[in-house]
Design a protein around this ligand. Structure first.
Ligand SMILES: *Cc1c(COP(=O)(O)O)cnc(C)c1O
Length: 219
C-alpha cells in the first residue's frame, strides 16, 4: 500500500518527535512551519495532533489560521518572519508568539498594539548571529540595548531566535544564541530548521522550526 499524504506527514512527524526526544530532555517544542502549504496539508497536519504552527507572513497566517482557530482552540501560532511595524496590530491580534522583534520601532508598535487590543502574545527577539547585512535580526552587540528598551515599553521578552547563515556550520550560531540567552536570563531559544533541528536540540533549543522535513517540499 502506498502512503496517503496524511500517513506520510504523520510518519515524518513521529520520526522528528522521536529524534528530538533522543537529542534533548525535555525535547524542544516542534513548531510546524506551514508557510506556502495547501489547505490539505494543514488539515493532514492537524489530524496528527500537531497544534503549534509557524508562519512567516501575517497575511498568509490569517488565511491559514484565522478560521481554523475556531475549530482548534488549542492552536498555538508563531510568527517567525520579519514583521513590519504597520502589521504589528494584525500580528498581535492573530499570533500567540511573535519571534521576530528586532528593533525599537517594532517594540513601540507591538506595545501600542497590545495596549489597544488587550492581547499579549509571547515575544522573542531575533538575533542576526551571522551579522549578515541583508538579514533581519538585531546584531548581538545591540541586543542588550534592545532588551532594555523593550522592557521599558512594558514588553516581556521570553527568549531569542536566530537563523544561521546559509552555508555555514550552524553549531557556533546556536552556541552564541544560547550564551546570549543565558547572559540575559531568557528561557526560550528558537533555533534549528529542517537540516539541523537535532543539532539545535543538543545546543538547548526550546523551539525548533521545521517546514520541509515535516510537510515535504514547499509548493
Ligand atoms: C521557512 C522557515 C523555516 C523552516 O524552514 P525548513 O528548512 O523548511 O524547515 C524556519 N524558520 C524560518 C524563519 C523560516 O522562514
Amino acid at each position: 500500500m502506498t502512503d496517503t499524504p496524511e500517513a506520510g506527514i504523520s510518519k515524518r512527524r513521529d520520526t522528528i518527535l522521536a529524534q528530538l526526544a533522543a537529542a534533548a530532555s525535555p525535547p524542544p517544542v516542534l513548531v510546524a512551519v506551514s508557510k506556502t502549504q495547501p489547505d490539505a496539508a494543514l488539515e493532514d497536519m492537524l489530524a496528527t495532533g500537531q497544534r503549534v504552527f509557524g508562519e512567516n507572513r501575517v497575511q498568509e497566517a490569517k488565511t491559514h489560521w484565522e478560521d481554523r482557530r475556531a475549530r482548534f482552540p488549542d492552536l498555538e501560532l508563531h510568527l517567525i518572519g520579519p514583521l513590519q511595524s504597520n502589521k504589528a496590530e494584525d500580528a498581535v491580534r492573530l499570533c500567540d508568539v511573535i519571534q521576530t522583534l528586532d528593533r525599537p520601532k517594532l517594540a513601540d508598535a507591538l506595545a501600542a498594539a497590545m495596549g489597544k487590543t488587550g492581547r499579549r502574545p509571547r515575544l522573542m527577539v531575533q538575533v542576526n548571529t551571522g551579522e549578515e547585512p541583508q538579514k533581519a535580526g538585531i546584531a548581538p552587540a545591540d541586543l542588550p540595548a534592545l532588551l532594555e528598551y523593550a522592557r521599558k515599553q512594558g514588553l516581556e521578552i521570553e527568549g531569542l531566535m536566530c537563523i544561521p547563515p546559509v552555508g555555514e556550520p550552524a553549531g557556533p550560531h546556536f552556541a552564541l544564541l544560547a550564551k546570549l540567552a543565558r547572559a540575559h536570563g531568557l528561557a526560550s531559544l528558537s533555533m534549528g530548521m529542517s537540516g539541523d533541528y537535532e543539532l539545535a536540540a543538543r545546543f538547548g533549543a526550546t523551539h525548533v522550526r521545521v517546514g520541509t522535513a515535516l510537510f515535504g517540499e514547499r509548493q
